[in-house]
Write a protein that binds this ligand. Sequence first.
Ligand code: PMV
Length: 325
Amino acid sequence: MQQFEMRGADTLTQMPKLGRGVGRAHGKAILFGEHAVVYGAPAIAFPVNVLPVTVNATLTPAASTIESELYTGPLERAPRRLAPVVAAIRTALNMFAPKSGAKIAIYSDIPYERGLGSSAAVASAIVEAVAHAAGQDPNATELFDLTQVGERVAHGNPSGMDAHAVQSTQIFRYRKPNVEPIRVGGAFYFVIADTGVPGATREAVAGVAQRKAADPRVDAAIGELARVAEESVADFEDGDLAAIGAKMNRAHGLLRAIGVSSPELDHLVDTARRAGAMGAKLTGGGIGGCILALAPTLPEAERIAGVLRGAGAKGAWATWLEPID
Ligand code: PMV
C-alpha cells in the first residue's frame, strides 16, 4: 500500500478521498506585445476563465494511465504530441508521490495549438491534481516551475508567460521574468475566435527574426508594437475601451507588416470589425490560431461571437475582465 505524506487534518478537506486530487487551470490570451516580447518588450496577457481545464488524479500502485480527448491508455504508449503531458505527469509524480503511478483524466475546453495556453493549462492542472492526490498543496513557485517542465517539452524555450497566465486571476504585464498585475478601471468584454488553423509560433518567431535582420521596416514595426503594449497599461487603468480598441487595430496592422498574419486571421479580424467590434487583432504567435476582438458590452460580445461563427470561425467565445483596483 502506498504511503502518503500528510500535512495535517486540514488537508483531508481538500481530498474527496485519500489518493485522489483535482487540479484546475484556464486558458490565456495575449492582448499586446506578442513577438515584440521576444526582443525585450513587455507583453500584456489575461486569463480566459471561460476556457477551463480540470484534471482528476488518482494515485495507484500500478503503471500510470491517461484519459483524454486525444488519447486514452498507458502513459508509456502516449503519442508524441502528448509528450508535454507525459513530462508533466512524470515530473509531478517525482516531486509529490515518487513511489506511485497515477490515473490522470484530463477535461479541457481549450482548443489546442491555437495560442490559448492549452499545454501550460493542462500541465499546471496535472501538477496541482497530483500534489492534491498526495495530500500536498503546491505553492505558486512550485506550480510555475513544474508547469515549465512540460512547457519546455512543448515549446523548447518558453518565456514563462503562459505558465503564469493559466493560474493568474487578473490581467498582467510580463517582462521576463517579472509579472506585474495591471489595474483595470472598467469592465472590458472580448471575443476570442478560432480560425481552425493550428498556430505556428516557432515558425512565426523564426520568420520575424529573418525579416528583422533583412529589413529595417520590420525592426521599426517591432519597436512600435512594444510602444503600443507599454502605452496600453494606462488605458486599462483609465478603463478606456476606445483607446484599447484603437491600439488593437494598430497592433494587428503591425503584426501583418512583420508577416505573422494569414488570410484566415485577416478575414476574422475584418468580420469582427464589420460586426461592430471596437478593435480586433490576431493573438499569440500567428500564422494560424485565434483573433481577439473588443466589444462594448457582454451581449455585444456574444452577438459578435455568433457573427464570427457564421463567418467560419471554428469556435468563438465571449470573455471579460472585471474592474480591479
Ligand atoms: O502563440 P502563443 O500564445 O504561444 O504566443 C507566442 C508569443 C510570441 O511572442 C510570438 C512568442 C514568445 O515566445 O513570446
